[in-house]
Design a protein around this ligand. Structure first.
Ligand code: ADP
Length: 669
């Protein structure tokens, strides 16, 4: 085996490769750009070398520089991961020239699959079924159009050099063709500096089903079954699963054999993926072959029990394939959801920022998290904004899907906008559960998947209010010595009073007034919480940052984090962030004046707004306290005077202590 492996990549895939290399006793060398100096992959590797400024073109794409680094550190192999230089034939060639093993296929195989049209020519000769279309040399507008007209619309224009869905255009009629061609060519030129186009029949409801193949350097090859990656947005994968649902044994074998035929046609070695479109009638068509490890390889690992990075290293080290075809089997079902810093409400625009909270679900035999970031890291503008891949496994699709939705509700991220809620809606949707899936899934189900922020806020406001009440109680209870005090009796604000309190919760730009009153006492407090016209019967228990709440009979577990600007509550795949909360002690009934003014919880006196002995009117704010990021205004219950304030601004007070002495006018007179 190699002694030292340089990983010419960053982020989660670098971390992923380092894990396997470590297990196999191979030393690892990471690269880092300016932006990545403190990155996880740098910390995990045995060695790390600076490669250049933050932009990829100045760092992770600097093939020659990376070779120099590999030589300097004495690496005998380079793993390119995915993206960056992984499908760059020049880089693979440079490795070879310098006697460094490139962990990937032979240069010629990368070249053969580098162009979609050249690849289709090769596959055609090897009798691999192709999406009907034209992939020849006649690139004239009239020539391409006549092929499209003959094929019948819709057609799909594709850049031969394309990738990542760029340079692709659907064309629905002959009239649209020329404009679409011009647009696709422009995009291809600016993305790949190459505007060679192909025309394909546009299949309207296909599935994207791809086969994982592996070949060694001795002419042997196996397929590790399929992945369904139909759920896409802008032709990019969102959730992947393995195996694909509804596959018969025969179809699986046919597609597997076709994929191997494709690999063998180009003398492939290493890990590769042959992508097919699968029609509803069971016809499948070759689309392209990716000559690298795919982002979604973990779902294959979960159902086969194999470590594909280990396979890659063994094959690159000239070993035979670790397993024969008939020894490989499918066990259970796996999903992968790509967690991205992006805004689903804003056309999935990439988001940047600091991951002020990053709490993944607990990993187990059912849950795996592949990531390259930790809490406090930045999602920068320089690289792909993927935060993590959440992978789940269980015995069958239904159970695995339940694992996925649960794990998504346990994934808590703050500081950066993410697609987690969108993924949750998707995984939890009926058509996804019912396998009504093709590549148009997201577009077709837009309404179902759309995030309805207003509705989420409405749903979570009572949860937020309940949390504040329980938290207040808990704080007062723990700080309270006197068990006869109203605080110890489990009534948040004042015993023996039906007291309605208004909480003003700031969510985003909006303030919501939430009315709360306690309607039950005893071991478990029950609150009546009103949001708008809606009334909720709420109770709950708080343990550290978890709250088990019952809202109108519906039990849910919520996770709460306090941060600089307030709180985030994660519940049922949704999150509410509320800031600058103002709590109003409400209209205090006349007789409440006697009850005195006590601190609702441990906190600080923020301001004293009137002078002692100054006349005040009923409702005038006398003092402001702050506790647990809530401001509490203490108001005059009646006209009168404050005879004495027991604390000064800035002083800490314990929950339950008397804050001031108030004399209502009638009594003063
Ligand atoms: P890229 O290399 O840019 O990712 P692909 O050729 O892999 O492009 O296609 C990306 C996605 O576009 C596929 O997964 C599929 O959803 C869709 N697609 C590609 N070709 C067709 C086609 N002929 N008909 C319908 N959809 C297609």
């Amino acid at each position: 085996m190699f002694t030292k492996l340089l990983i010419a990549n960053r982020g989660e895939i670098s971390c992923r490769i380092i894990k396997t290399a470590k297990r196999m006793g191979v030393l690892t060398v990471a690269l880092y750009s300016d932006a990545d100096q403190q990155a996880l992959h740098v910390k995990m590797a045995d060695e790390a070398v600076y490669v250049g400024p933050s932009p990829s073109k100045d760092s992770y794409l600097q093939g020659e520089k990376i070779i120099q680094i590999a030589l300097q550190v004495g690496a005998d192999a380079v793993h390119p991961g995915y993206g960056f230089l992984s499908e760059n034939a020049n880089f693979a060639n440079l490795c070879k020239q310098n006697n460094i093993v490139f962990v990937g296929p032979p240069v010629a195989a990368i070249e053969a699959m580098g162009s979609k049209s050249a690849a289709k020519n090769i596959m055609e000769k090897a009798n691999v079924p192709l999406v009907p279309g034209y992939h020849g040399d006649d690139q004239s507008e009239a020539g391409l159009k006549s092929h499209a007209d003959k094929m019948g619309y819709p057609v799909l224009l594709k850049a031969a050099a394309g990738g990542g869905g760029k340079g692709m255009r659907q064309v629905w009629s002959s009239e649209e063709f020329n404009d679409a061609l011009a647009a696709a060519k422009r995009e291809a030129m600016s993305s790949f500096n190459d505007d060679l186009m192909l025309v394909e029949k546009y299949l309207t409801q296909p599935r994207h089903v791809e086969i994982q193949v592996f070949c060694d350097n001795f002419g042997d090859g196996v397929y590790l079954f399929e992945r369904d990656c139909s759920v896409q947005r802008r032709h990019q994968k969102v959730i992947e699963e393995a195996p694909a649902f509804g596959m018969s044994k025969e179809l699986r074998a046919q597609m597997g054999e076709a994929a191997l035929k494709a690999a063998k046609a180009i003398n492939y070695a290493g890990a590769g993926t042959v992508e097919f479109l699968l029609d509803s009638d069971g016809q499948f068509y070759f689309m392209e072959m990716n000559t690298r490890l795919q982002v979604e390889h973990p779902v294959t690992e979960m159902i086969t029990g194999q470590d594909l990075v280990e396979w890659q290293l063994r094959v690159a080290n000239n070993e035979t394939l670790p397993m024969a075809q008939d020894a490989l089997g499918i066990h259970g079902h796996a999903f992968e959801a790509r967690i991205y810093a992006e805004d689903p409400n804003n056309d999935f625009l990439p988001a940047t920022g600091t991951l002020s909270l990053l709490q993944p679900p607990v990993e187990s035999q059912h849950v795996r998290v592949d990531t390259g970031v930790v809490q406090g890291d930045d999602v920068s503008v320089f690289y792909d904004p993927m935060i993590a891949k959440l992978i789940v496994w269980d015995e069958n699709r239904e159970k695995a899907l339940a694992r996925l939705t649960k794990a998504l509700t346990e994934y808590h991220i703050d500081g950066v906008v993410t697609n987690i809620e969108f993924l949750y809606n998707l995984a939890n949707s009926e058509p996804f559960k019912n396998e009504q899936i093709d590549t148009g899934f997201i577009e077709k189900n837009q309404e179902l998947l759309q995030l309805n922020e207003a509705q989420d806020v409405q749903t979570l406001l009572p949860v937020a209010a309940l949390y504040l009440m329980l938290n207040t109680q808990q704080n007062s209870n723990t700080s309270q010595q006197d068990s006869h005090s109203p605080w110890a009796q489990g009534n948040a604000w004042r015993a023996n009073e039906q007291h309605i309190q208004t909480l003003d919760l700031l969510v985003g730009e909006n303030t919501y007034a939430v009315q709360v009153s306690q309607i039950g006492m005893g071991a478990k407090s029950v609150f009546s919480i009103t949001v708008g016209q809606q009334n909720y019967h709420c109770s709950g228990e708080l343990a550290q940052n978890q709250m088990l709440s019952t809202i109108n009979g519906h039990k849910t577990l919520a996770n709460v984090t306090a941060h600089q600007d307030g709180y985030s509550i994660f519940s049922n795949g949704k999150v509410i962030r509320f800031n600058n909360i103002q709590a109003d002690l409400g209209d205090i009934e006349d007789n409440a004046a006697d009850a005195g003014f006590v601190a609702p919880m441990n906190g600080t006196v923020v301001a004293i707004l009137v002078e002692p002995q100054q006349s005040v009117e009923k409702g005038q704010t006398l003092m402001v306290m702050e506790a647990m990021k809530m401001e509490h205004s203490l108001k005059a219950p009646a006209d009168g005077v404050v005879s004495e304030f027991y604390f000064k601004a800035g002083e800490l007070v314990d929950g339950g202590v008397e804050l001031l002495a108030f004399q209502p006018s009638e009594k003063a007179s």
